[in-house]
Every structure is written in C-alpha cells, then in structure tokens.
Design a protein around this ligand. Sequence first.
Ligand code: AMP
Ligand code: MG
Length: 325
Amino acid sequence: MTATSSDIEKAAGVLRAGGLVALPTETVYGLGANAEDPAAVTRIFEVKGRPPTHPLIVHVAAAAQLDDWVAEVPPAARLLADRFWPGPLTLVLRRGTRVPLEATGGLETVAVRVPDHPVALALLSAFGGGVTAPSANRFGQVSPTTAANVRSELGGAVDFVLDGGPCEVGVESTIVDVTGEQPAILRPGGVTREDLAAVLGHPVAVPSTSGVRVPGQHPSHYAPRARVVLVEPKKILAEAELAQEDGCQVGVFLPPQLADAPVKAHAVVVLPESPAAYARGLYGFLRELDQQGCDLIVASLPPEEGLGLAIGNRLRRAAGPRAVT
Ligand code: AMP
Ligand code: MG
C-alpha cells in the first residue's frame, strides 16, 4: 500500500534519528540516510555490503537546493537541473563542505539528484535535508523496483520501508559529470543521451573509463543469481536449446518479434515492444527468471539508442565476469 502522510512523518523521524529508510523513486528503490550523518551513511555501506569507496547520490527536494550541497554550479549543470529535475538525472559536481566524505567515497565530488516520485519528494520535504541513497539491494545484485523486492532482499536491516508502488522508469538515473570542460555521461540511465544532447546543443560523450569512480562500471553488477549470456538476436533460440539440452535450466529474454517462435527452454519472458516498458520491467524479469529456478539467462543487447543504451549497459554488467565465491 502506498505510503500515507503519517508514514512520511515517521520516515522523516527515522532519518533524523540516524536510521535507514527505503524509499521509492521513479528509477529504483533507494536505501536512504541523512546525508549529513556520517554514522548513518556508514550503515548504508554495511547493510549493502558495499565497499566504502563507492560514492552515493544525495537526493534533495528541489533544484533550488543544489547550491547548498556543492562548491559551485557551472552553467551546464544549471541548464540540465532546470530542464530534467525532478527526474532520472544525477549531476556530479564539486563537493560542498556540508557533504561528509563518507557519502562521496572519499571523493571531492558529490552526486546530486531530485527524484521524480511523490513519496520521495514528500519525504525530502518533510525531512528538510539531503538523503544519500544507493539502490536498496545487496552490492552487485539486481536493483529493487517494488517495496516487496526491498523487504525480501534487506528485510530487518532497514528501519522503515516506504511503499510507493512499482517504479515507473525501472533503471537507475543517468549520471553526468559536469566538473570537466564538457559534460560526460558516467552511467547511462533514465534520461537519454539524445535528450541531453538536445538540451546542451552538442553531443555528449560516454567515456568507457573515467577518473571518477562509478560502481556501475564494475564488471559484474545488477546481476541475478542465474548466469547471463548475451548473443545476437538471431542466435537466441539455438543458444537456449543447446544449453537446455546440456542440462541447464534456461531462461530466455525473447524479443517481441519472436513471440510466437517455439522455444526450447525452462522459462521465457517475452520482452515488451517499447524501450520504456523494457526498462521498467528489466529488473523484474531478471528476478522472475531467478525465481523460476533458471541457472542461465539468454538475452541480446537492444539497439544502443534512447533507453536501449541504459538497458544494454545493465545487461552487459549482469553478464559480466563474477568473482569466484
Ligand atoms: P547505486 O547505483 O545504487 O550504487 O547509486 C549510486 C550511484 O551514484 C553510483 O553509480 C555512483 O557511482 C554514483 N555516484 C555517486 N557519487 C558519485 C561521484 N562523486 N562521482 C561519480 N559517481 C558518483
Ligand atoms: Mg546499485
């Protein structure tokens, strides 16, 4: 059930007392703490099992608060904030003194965003300060897009869970570094590269490596329990059948144009036509195939345009090499 105003008040109280609140945003659910409370921020890392060098995003209630959290706001940052906030865009700027180094993973830059979700905005307004929040999942795993996902993943480790229904965007925010001469995309996400270019008036680079640390660039991230392999769309059916005959429990991300094809696999998700619906469903589809007992997921990369860039980025990480445990 969607959070009530008394839930919001209670959650704001938990934040003031140094506790952790899981909150809905339009991208994914976040695990939030008072950004100015180093002990609370440190607990986020403990609960997630996240290395302390991986910076968090500071969420604020309105673009007018940006100046409170950063050392300076370059013109391009102002432009992007005015155009895309509230929304799935995170800006990396030089850190203001209010932001403890615990929240930035020791970096002299800070990531800031205004989320576009009524429950998140109500919480941020009621609380008044900034809320640092990474995704509310264990480090490296699939991000939560419902309150139920958060409860099953983090359970009692969170002091309060605000339910805001399923996330509309479904993939994380686009992170843009505006500390350099040209804005650069550190992580593709809910705001497309095309939208950014239209507002800035020039193309925006997506550097493959960057001086700034971005956890999303770990080889394995956003990963379900099942192994993920990426193949060309025309090879999906053959790859699935081969692995299934080999004794794998195969799950297939089936492109919509193959919806009626006979599939030899353990479980199938027929992908939606629209990239927005694919992004919204992506993490749920991965969880669903895990739940159905798949040990291998066969998928292909969507075209790298629009939201396809973010979807492809998450699929590549999900398919990335994993540490041997
Ligand atoms: P999450 O995806 O849940 O781990 O949310 C945190 C995201 O914000 C990560 O991908 C971080 O890399 C990114 N982030 C936060 N602060 C910074 C920063 N100062 N520089 C670059 N990326 C940052
Ligand atoms: Mg995450």
